[in-house]
Write a protein that binds this ligand. Structure first.
Ligand code: ADP
Ligand code: MG
Length: 704
């Protein structure tokens, strides 16, 4: 198993525990914690420490840690905060290197508390002690040979294969309670509080190699290091599923952004991005977290997306079918053989299509037979068995027969017990080894969906990091001109040169420094053309009437020059005008946006989405942390809501999607080679079916 010298292992599997600050006041948290350890039946030795009382909770207690004659594996500190540092000294003297600090009043209170936490960290680093907390709720291990409920929460969880790490103590407590009512079994629980030392990552890493943990569940409020989380979980999720409830925001957020990419890269989007890249399953609600976790714990991962439904009530089955459709799961026809066999056993009025409805009086025996038949059907990967609201009193026997019949298969099986919470609790006692139980069909279907999502991720080949042949030195030279300037836009000539160096296709553009020069420029780019007012301070050109498109001849061109001057004068922007940019006019194609932004805690992000002037309205964009591999580039493109716009709607041909991906990878390489880029917007970036007709029409780059 896991390394016994690992302090984290000792925290979960101690042979001896000391509770420092154990109190005889039954109202206190420390008494409650001690009480929980005793009543849950801890299999090791327990040593309360209380300087004033010779016994606590009827157990001999010690004046200090150092007085305890035995070795201590895990010390749980509940002393007042001003005594925590001294107690850590005692831990060191006693050669304890695994400590949990329940005591609050540290960083979460700011000021002095934060100072105290700093000192605590210094001390444990010096002593090489690993620490959970402070300001946490403790740990649980339901392993029958350990039986440790080292928390002060009411009630004890059932045994199962779920590991749950929670940053919030209060939430952890609420969850533990729900789990009991909800047929969800825990292997281990830990509340990590302020994460002064042991973080969510440390626990995830430890559980990855702990065979008792089948599925890791995570509630985090902050990610100290998003990149590390991503890199760790990419590996862990190849071994076992990690389900994360997403409430977290990154700490710092962006520099005030003037680009679309920057404006869209809210901290929420950043969290979305790196969680998606981590391969974890994201959920938005606690109940969903455990619906999915218990599926992984108690059911096999489906081999495919075909679902069979067996029910004794029509309504719930329809709900299940609808939810399957939403989740991209099939509810296929059953084979003729299956239907014949079902006909033989089911009542006349029963329906033997899929869903199979064996009607309300169905007995446990009938359910079991029907299940055997359906599981044998090669068209089915998962069977969801629904037991409608009870009409009879023997539901528990019915449910039991269903659970027993589930054992005859290696396929995925789930049971829906509609409005029968009491049965769920009873069933667990009578039939410990049972499939996942759900109160509604939708919960079961969504769990199947997420299991399939996980399996696709697990089996997918790792993406490749592609490197293009680019002119890195050219960009290096250009950027050296900006090295002393803070937060500065590159001038457009430099933008052009950078794009060129990395093979990013800017539409043919020529500068014109007078109205007369626009005529030559238009000839060289070819009519129809677009005329743009340029200047280092003109950031959003069309907002001030600085862009005129679809110009067909010299006459229109000269009028457009006059019009632009007029517009700029009216908006008081004429002083910022420096020259005209004449571009070839790109007709047709889909306007997309690509960009780079920089988050203080997560680093560089790349964005792709539907572009043009409505980009900030529809917010149909995907972010990823840099650098991206070819698979991630492809996921980004497929991941936007309006992906269909790219594959062709209303008889339109699909745009060149591989070329979109190539350009994303080139942009990723650029920002990865030159982290001094803080913002890049390529908007619009037009894509058509023909690679030669795909162009960047406008670009902005900011450095430092
Ligand atoms: P800005 O973003 O500064 O307002 P753009 O250069 O992006 O200015 O131009 C505004 C809009 O004009 C673009 O979103 C695009 O719809 C259109 N446009 C710009 N350049 C071209 C071009 N070369 N061909 C066709 N349409 C263009
Ligand atoms: Mg633009």
């Amino acid at each position: 198993m896991t390394d016994i010298n690992n302090p984290i292992h000792k925290i979960f599997y101690p042979e001896s525990i000391a509770i420092v600050g154990a109190s005889n006041n039954p109202e206190s948290l420390s008494w409650k914690l001690l009480d929980n350890i005793i009543s849950y039946g801890f299999r090791g030795r327990l040593f309360p420490v209380n300087p004033k009382s010779p016994s606590v909770h009827s157990i001999k207690s010690y004046k200090s840690l150092t007085e305890i004659p035995d070795e201590i594996d895990h010390a749980i500190l509940m002393v007042p905060k001003d005594f925590v540092l001294d107690t850590i000294d005692d831990c060191h003297k006693k050669k304890i290197n695994a400590v949990t600090v329940i005591t609050a009043g540290f960083k979460e209170t700011g000021g002095e508390g934060a100072e105290l936490e700093k000192k605590l960290i210094e001390k444990i680093n010096k002593y090489k002690i690993r620490l959970v907390g402070p300001n946490c709720m403790g740990v649980i291990n339901t392993n029958p040979e350990i039986r440790m409920n080292g928390t002060f929460v009411l009630g004890t969880p059932e045994r199962g294969g779920i590991g749950f790490v929670s940053q919030s103590g209060a939430l952890g407590a609420a969850v533990l309670k729900t789990l009991q009512q909800n047929d969800t079994g825990l292997a281990q629980f830990i509340s990590i509080g302020n994460k002064a030392d042991i973080s969510g990552n440390s626990i995830i890493e430890y559980w990855a190699s702990n065979p008792e943990i089948k599925v890791i569940t995570v509630y985090l409020e902050s990610f100290a290091n998003p990149r590390m989380f991503m890199e760790l979980n990419r590996q862990v999720t190849k071994i076992k599923p990690v389900v994360v409830i997403k409430s977290a925001r990154t700490a710092a957020g962006m520099k005030a952004a003037s680009s679309h990419t920057g404006a869209l890269a809210g901290s929420d989007t950043v969290v979305d991005a790196f969680l998606e890249q981590s391969g974890v399953i994201r959920v938005n609600r606690i109940d969903e977290l455990f619906d999915i976790a218990k599926a992984f714990d108690k059911a096999a991962i489906p081999a495919g997306n075909r679902v069979g439904i067996l029910t004794n009530a029509g309504g719930p089955a329809i709900l299940a079918v609808d939810e399957c459709a939403k989740a991209g799961l099939l509810v296929p026809e059953l084979s003729e053989e299956t239907k014949l066999k079902l006909r033989e056993i089911a009542p006349k009025e029963a329906s033997v299509g899929n869903p199979v409805d064996i009607l309300p009086p169905a007995s446990g025996e009938l359910y079991a037979k029907a299940m055997d038949i359906m599981f044998e059907d090669h068209n089915i990967d998962t069977l969801i068995v629904i037991l409608g609201p009870p009409l009879v009193t023997n539901t528990i026997d019915l449910a039991k027969s269903i659970c027993v019949a589930m054992k005859n298969t290696t396929k995925t099986g789930m049971v829906v017990l509609m409005s029968q919470d009491d049965i769920i609790t009873k069933l667990r006692q009578e039939e410990e080894d049972h499939p996942p139980l759900y109160p509604f069909p939708e919960n079961a279907v969504r769990a199947v969906e997420k299991m399939l999502y996980y399996n696709r991720w697990k089996l997918a080949e790792a993406g490749k990091y592609v490197e293009f042949d680019v002119k890195k030195n050219t960009v290096k030279k250009i950027l050296s001109k900006y090295k002393d300037k803070e937060n500065t836009y590159l001038n457009f000539d430099d933008v052009e040169a950078v794009l060129e160096a990395y093979g990013l296709p800017l539409i043919k553009s020529v500068n014109a420094y007078s109205t007369r020069e626009t005529i030559e420029a238009a000839k060289s780019v070819g009519y129809p053309v677009v005329l743009k007012a340029m200047g280092s301070k003109l950031v959003h050109k069309s907002d001030i009437g600085g862009v005129i498109t679809n110009i067909h001849n010299k006459g229109e061109l000269l009028r457009a020059c006059g019009q632009i001057f007029e517009n700029l004068k009216q908006r008081g922007a004429i002083k910022q005008f420096e020259y005209f940019l004449v571009q070839h006019f790109a007709a047709g194609g889909v306007e997309t946006i690509m960009g780079i932004s920089k988050d203080k805690s997560a680093g560089h992000l790349i964005m792709f989405g539907l572009g043009g002037i409505f980009v900030e309205v529809f917010k149909d964009v995907k972010f990823r942390l840099l650098p991206i591999n070819d698979k991630e580039a492809s996921d980004m493109v497929k991941g936007i809501r309006s992906y269909k716009m790219l594959t062709g709607v209303r008889g339109k041909k699909a745009v060149n999607i591989p070329y979109i991906e190539e350009n994303l990878l080139r942009l990723s390489q650029l920002a990865n080679d030159f982290p001094q880029f803080t913002e890049i917007d390529l908007n619009p970036f037009i894509f058509t079916p023909d690679k030669e007709e795909c162009f960047i029409l406008d670009a902005r780059m900011k450095v430092n």
